[in-house]
Design a protein. Structure first.
Length: 400
């Protein structure tokens, strides 16, 4: 079972010919194939790979675009026949897609009317799929377009998420309430997605995916600052602005929440730490020093460590970066690598390349900027000291 975290996802804002914030692409396999033999039609009920009946098991996702057999297939107006949106472009007149966002309360009318009496796969009124986002597709068989059932990929906008900044009862301003998911909205804010994972995401059937943090475990002053840093408007290079850190990622229910959080943190140049039972996050570069120590602060009775030279496995003199590119049909795109000839010479002529992967960053301009940050961050750290401090010290390392 899967959902898009907008991606916790599924939170995007549509842009001209581009995926909006937090978009992800979800593949599909065919289930419940039915045919209209007399008319030369075949219909297919499509579901997310590995799921029994879902593109997302969390409701509220938005279908943005569809890829059919490695081609973008724009969706047009609703078909009067009830088959959903007509596919435009090269498949016009041969494909229709009907999408339900998980808030449906009745069974699909087309399948109910056509297959209620089917002897092999009857479609009954209780086949509603509440809470499940799904797509029904219809294709007109034509060898010029399809040699068989086509492969499909759906570009989705993520699930609605809770934004405490829009909740006037917790220090924010607005109508959102943690207890009422109907008030939530889609978002591509990476710190906000992490916040929702930490508190846990309802995936139906009484199950939650993610952590079990309470609001008190995630202090609003720190969280609001991180979310605002992600939303900071920066130039997009075309005369407009975009949020500083945005992204989205597809999530399978057997994915480790900590692993997904790690990918979101990378896309936001962020760090997160637990301090006395409280979780804090810092987005972007470190803050100014908040603490200075002297020899008197070191606990001399504990073992001290000093590592003047890192091993080769911890040494890099180049960097490469890959990220999903929506305009390349969501395939991974590799940015031109960057090397440092001076460092290569210091390392005996060996080229040691750090591989930066950003699966939660489906925005080429954002990926390029993170790549430059990683490139600038490749500095020589030839000395490392581990010291035990006297009791009573607490260092937040900028996670204020």
């Amino acid at each position: 079972m899967r959902f898009a975290l907008l991606c916790l996802a599924f939170a995007l804002v549509a842009g001209p010919a581009h995926a909006g914030p937090g978009a992800v692409a979800i593949g599909a396999i065919v289930r419940a194939i039915t045919t209209f033999a007399a008319k030369g039609w075949f219909a297919a009920f499509l579901v997310q790979t590995g799921a029994s009946i879902a593109l997302s098991v969390v409701p509220g996702c938005t279908l943005q675009r569809v890829i059919i057999d490695d081609r973008w297939a724009p969706l047009g107006a609703e078909s009067p026949s009830g088959w959903g949106g007509a596919v435009e472009g090269p498949y016009a007149g041969h494909a229709w897609i009907d999408y339900r966002d998980g808030r449906q309360t009745t069974a699909h009318p087309g399948f109910l009317s056509a297959y209620a009496a089917d002897p092999d796969r009857p479609w009954s009124a209780d086949m509603v799929g509440p809470g499940t986002c799904y797509a029904t597709t219809y294709f007109f068989y034509n060898r010029q377009y399809f040699n068989g059932l086509p492969q499909l990929r759906f570009e989705m906008l993520g699930i609605p998420v809770y934004d405490p900044r829009a909740d006037s009862t917790v220090g924010g301003s607005g109508p959102q309430r943690w207890s009422n998911p109907a008030t939530w909205t889609q978002s591509a804010n990476l710190a906000l997605l992490i916040y929702n994972i930490m508190r846990g995401i309802d995936v139906g059937a009484g199950l939650r995916w993610g952590g079990e943090c309470t609001a008190e475990d995630l202090p609003p002053d720190n969280g609001f600052a991180a979310m605002n840093a992600c939303d900071l408007a920066i130039p997009d290079g075309a005369g407009g602005t975009v949020p500083q850190y945005r992204g989205g990622i597809e999530v399978a229910l057997d994915d480790e929440p900590a692993a997904i959080i790690e990918e979101l943190l990378k896309a936001a140049c962020a760090q997160m730490a637990e301090i006395g039972g409280i979780w804090k996050i810092r987005v972007g570069g470190p803050a100014m020093p908040t603490y200075f120590l002297t020899d008197d602060d070191v606990l001399v009775s504990q073992e001290q460590q000093f590592d003047p030279f890192p091993s080769l496995s911890d040494t890099w003199n180049g960097i490469s970066c890959t990220y999903p590119d929506p305009e390349s049909l969501w395939e991974s795109k590799k940015a031109p690598p960057r090397y440092n000839a001076t460092w290569e010479a210091e390392d005996g002529g060996r080229r040691l390349v750090a591989d930066l992967r950003l699966p939660a960053c489906p925005y080429p301009e954002h990926g390029a900027e993170l790549f430059l940050v990683g490139d600038r961050g490749m500095v020589r750290r030839d000395r490392r000291c581990d010291r035990a401090l006297q009791g009573g010290h607490r260092i937040d390392l900028g996670l204020l």
